[in-house]
Ligand binder design. Structure first.
Ligand code: SF4
Ligand code: SF4
Length: 68
């Protein structure tokens, strides 16, 4: 896993989904405590670029170091 997600902070705004160069971000079926569908990542195809981390206004992502 290259990216960790704090599912409870996601507001389903779609910015990260639109900006992921590999298009590996989608939404969970369930809703979080704020009634949004949180993001999930296809880890197999994530390249660890960090764009999701840079893009998210709500601090959902943490990129794990050194793995591009
Ligand atoms: S690290 Fe890059 S490839 Fe992986 S989910 Fe985020 S934006 Fe997409
Ligand atoms: S940018 Fe952040 S808040 Fe918006 S959908 Fe992505 S993870 Fe959720």
């Amino acid at each position: 896993m290259k990216v960790q997600i704090d599912k409870e902070r996601c507001k389903e705004c779609g910015l990260c989904v639109a900006n992921c160069p590999k298009q590996v971000i989608s939404y969970e079926e369930y809703v979080n405590h704020a009634s949004y569908h949180p993001v999930k990542i296809d880890d197999e195809n994530c390249i660890g670029c960090g764009f999701c981390y840079i893009t998210c206004p709500d601090g959902v992502y943490h990129v794990l170091g050194g793995d591009k």
